[in-house]
Design a protein around this ligand. Structure first.
Ligand code: C2E
Ligand code: MG
Ligand code: MG
Length: 427
């Protein structure tokens, strides 16, 4: 076994003493530098409160006498625990999934579920996950939440610290890059690029969202202008918050941001998160319809996680449905997720919408969503969000490989919807 010491601190919660000893032993075998144990939630809270250095990984049993796993997780979420969590139990899989969801909704970072009996291989896989964060430069929401204030964000807007990263979307059928989603990043002096989940709510709550969106829209349109002049055939998507939907002149504000460029307005799609829709149905409908009249595309973002009713779909003038990544992720393995994914794609198609699935991370997920009939695909499997300069290089590379693949593939005529070939392109 690997005896190299890993500078990792683990806390295991389980009421079964044998299990505590056994799992601790396996972790030590794997080189973990410190393993702490607790026999129920209350003891776990005590151990956590006594630490000076942070715990990196918390293995939490669900069923424990005294304070159970759900109560424990609620408590550590209140205390803003920022380490990673693995749920660890013999209870049935559906129940574990509900508990995982509950933890995630409370802002905790659950990186997996470990079923009993535990093996050294499954623990080794967890440690590997722990040491390879998906995106090192971007701070996850759970680590920085609530540390910024409105004044700081105001200064950031004035000091031009809000930058745009671009993430490509490809056509499921042709595999060509069709458009890019423009995602805000705060280039912070201390934290590097900070992801919007850490500060958008503060922007929204402090009346800054209109300035913020206008800044992002303007910058994104300027970039598209450059790309169009270079002959790239692209569209852009920009996220719009509906928090300030009380402004009836929103369509004019957005139109003005585009009109100061050479970009045709129908190359700009505005993405609206469905959770924010419908507070005032008439007002939302008025504003969104006028946005469409101006020529913008309109997308329902994160579909499936909010409150979009059938009425929303029927009357709101959307052109695109973007299915949230929680339904793309693991759809190949989880039948319930797959049912939701498949019916959402069908629903979107039935309404004549362009259906996008976001959050595609693996070849298998990519293949599945293309087979299920979605139009466009977005996710780390294609590319992560990146600055404009990097995007230009990435696109050049991707298209060369795509062209090479297309000409080599002409004879065997197997290309229709064969997204597994994306994997070959990306290699
Ligand atoms: P969103 O609009 O749903 O954007 C997609 C988010 O998923 C992005 O996170 C993107 O980096 C991430 N993502 C893309 N592919 C994958 C994947 O394969 N796996 C995983 N795990 N994640 C993936 P990001 O950039 O941190 O943005 C988070 C959210 O913040 C966005 O979700 C959007 O709602 C909001 N946001 C971003 N920029 C703006 C903005 O300019 N204005 C407003 N109002 N909201 C914004
Ligand atoms: Mg979006
Ligand atoms: Mg989304």
């Amino acid at each position: 076994m690997n005896k190299n010491k890993k500078n990792i601190r683990v806390l295991i919660l389980d009421d079964d003493k044998f299990m505590l000893e056994f799992v601790s032993h396996l972790f030590r075998e794997l080189g973990v530098s410190e393993v702490l144990v607790a026999e129920d939630g209350r003891a776990g809270l005590y151990v956590l409160s006594a630490q000076i250095d942070p715990i990196d990984l918390l293995l939490c049993d669900v069923e424990m006498p005294g304070m159970d796993g759900i109560e424990f997780l609620r408590n550590i979420a209140d205390q803003k625990y920022t380490g990673k969590i693995v749920l660890f139990s013999g209870v049935d899989a559906d129940l574990l999934k509900s508990i995982e969801r509950l933890a995630i909704v409370r802002g905790l970072e659950v990186i997996g579920i470990l079923s009993k009996p535990v093996t050294i291989e499954s623990l080794a896989a967890l440690l590997k996950k722990l040491s390879s964060p998906t995106n090192k430069t971007i701070y996850p929401a759970t680590q920085l939440k609530c540390i910024f204030d409105a004044e700081e964000i105001k200064r950031a807007l004035v000091a031009d610290q809000i930058k745009i990263f671009f993430q490509p979307k490809i056509s499921a059928a042709s595999r060509r890059v069709t458009s890019v989603e423009c995602l805000a990043r705060w280039q912070h002096e201390k934290y590097g690029y900070v992801s919007p989940d850490n500060f958008i709510s503060i922007v929204e709550q402090n009346g800054l969202i209109n300035d913020f969106t206008r800044t992002v829209l303007k910058k994104s349109v300027q970039q598209l202008d450059v790309w169009l002049q270079q002959g790239l055939d692209l569209k852009i998507s920009v996220n719009v918050s509906m928090v300030n939907l009380d402004r009836f002149n929103l369509p004019e504000i957005y139109q003005e941001a585009v009109q100061n460029s050479n970009v045709p307005i129908d190359r700009v799609i505005l993405e609206i998160t469905e959770g924010k829709l419908g507070k005032d149905f008439a007002q939302s409908l008025d504003i969104l319809t006028r946005i469409r009249l101006k020529g913008f595309g309109l997308s329902i973002d994160d579909f499936g996680t909010g409150y979009a009713s059938m009425e929303t779909l029927k009357y709101m003038p959307f052109t695109e449905l973007k299915i949230d990544r929680i339904f793309a992720h693991n759809a190949t393995e989880d039948p319930a997720t797959r049912v939701i994914l498949e019916s959402s794609i069908k629903l979107g198609k039935a309404f004549g919408l362009n259906v996008v699935v976001e959050g595609i991370e693996t070849a298998a997920d990519c293949e599945l969503v293309a087979r299920l009939g979605c139009d466009e695909i977005q996710g780390y499997f294609i590319a992560k969000p990146m600055p404009a300069v990097e995007f230009a290089e990435w696109l050049n590379d991707y298209e060369k490989k795509n062209d090479r693949f297309a000409s080599g593939d002409a004879q065997d005529n197997k290309r229709n919807n064969d997204v597994s070939s994306i994997e070959k392109i990306l290699r």
